[in-house]
Write a protein that binds this ligand. Structure first.
Ligand SMILES: Nc1ncnc2c1ncn2[C@@H]1O[C@H](COP(=O)(O)OP(=O)(O)OP(=O)(O)O)[C@@H](O)[C@H]1O
Ligand SMILES: [Mg+2]
Length: 326
């Protein structure tokens, strides 16, 4: 299933993503972790380093991945015609596992388990300063997610850009569970309210689950519940040992045994495993956004009529259907 961690800058998205990945490490066989934040904190938390040549922001990587996703889908005239909302169609290659060779070559291992890997969207390089939009790098991640078959046997875990950026294009549609991290501060709560409002307006409110973080006492928890008017599915305490562990570059694994972290991670996993949007419903929402994007002058002038990319015959298969058709 596809999990995203969102929230205000500094609320704890990367920390909770990393703890969740460490929790999954002992339990799942197949997982892709995506660092979709321009500030790329995740590899440090997961004690790894990704080579820049593997970043999705590298034009060769994005071209290669899109060439694969396109497969024989002739509705996409050329890989340069991919928009963030370009839906899969007949002939598209869909991703069902991190072990997919075409994906694996851009990943970095993050554990002893070879089937849990990190993919990094990347940042600006010196050539791009002053002329690159980070969204164009995220577009490739959006393509990858929209071409991923949601299934309980394959987890995708995504550490997102701070705030409500996911609503810029289609990122908010791409997950089975969106975990909105709330710190007990007015600033964090404000972002949560904004996020929930946008989620409601875009038809994905049911996918968003509140998770409290840095909770010091009952009052902190009550503050979040009352200010956001939504009960967190669970919460993490303020972890006194986290700062020292990070300063001393110690792996965060040991923290999993502290307090109630494992319990919280288990609630996050089980929530994401009960998706409220079917693959096919998601495609319909994606197509709606695609039609909307088609009206933009920059799309009309640069891409032509991208509505032709929508394949009315396409039915999103389940993983089982894909395996049995091979
Ligand atoms: N439960 C916690 N207890 C104590 N400190 C925490 C906790 N969660 C996160 N932190 C600390 O808060 C700071 C911000 O955390 P983190 O980097 O995970 O946030 P973020 O939402 O990913 O931020 P950004 O938007 O910049 O990517 C870090 O210094 C981290 O160690
Ligand atoms: Mg972060």
């Amino acid at each position: 299933m596809k999990f995203a961690f969102v929230g205000k800058g500094g609320s704890g998205k990367s920390t909770i993503t990393a703890l969740f990945v460490k929790y999954l490490e002992k339990r799942v066989k197949d997982a892709l972790v995506i660092d979709a934040d321009i500030n790329m904190n995740l590899s440090g938390l997961l004690s790894t380093r990704t080579e820049e040549k593997k970043f999705l922001s590298n034009p060769e990587v994005s071209r290669s991945l899109r060439t694969y996703l396109r497969g024989t889908n002739n509705r996409i005239k050329d890989v340069s015609q991919f928009l963030p909302t370009t839906p899969p169609g007949t002939g598209s290659n869909l991703i069902t596992s991190v072990a997919d060779n075409q994906l694996m070559k851009f990943c970095s291992p993050i554990s002893k388990n070879p089937e849990i890997n990190l993919l990094t969207v990347g940042t600006y390089d010196s050539k791009g300063i002053g002329e690159t939009c980070y969204h164009s790098h995220l577009f490739v991640a959006e393509n990858l997610l929209s071409h991923t078959v949601s299934d309980t046997s394959y987890h995708v875990v995504c550490d997102m850009v701070a705030g409500t950026d996911a609503f810029a294009y289609s990122m908010h549609l791409q997950f089975d569970g969106i975990f909105l991290i709330a710190e007990p501060t007015p600033e964090s709560v404000e972002v949560c309210l904004l996020y929930l409002d946008l989620a409601e307006k875009s038809g994905v409110a049911d996918l968003v689950h509140l998770v409290g973080n840095k909770i010091e006492d009952e009052e902190d928890l009550q503050y979040i519940i009352e200010s956001v008017d939504k009960k967190p599915i669970d919460w993490l305490p303020a972890l006194p040992n986290l700062k020292k562990a990070r300063q001393q570059v110690r792996p965060i694994d040991s923290l999993l045994n502290e307090g109630r972290i494992e319990e919280c991670m288990s609630v996050i996993e089980s929530t994401g495993l009960r998706p409220r949007l079917k693959n096919q419903e998601r495609i319909k929402l994606l197509e709606k956004l695609h039609i909307k994007l088609n009206e933009k002058p920059w799309v009309q002038s640069g891409y032509g009529n991208v509505c032709e990319q929508i394949d009315p015959q396409f039915v999103f298969p389940t993983r089982q259907e894909m395996v049995s058709s091979k």
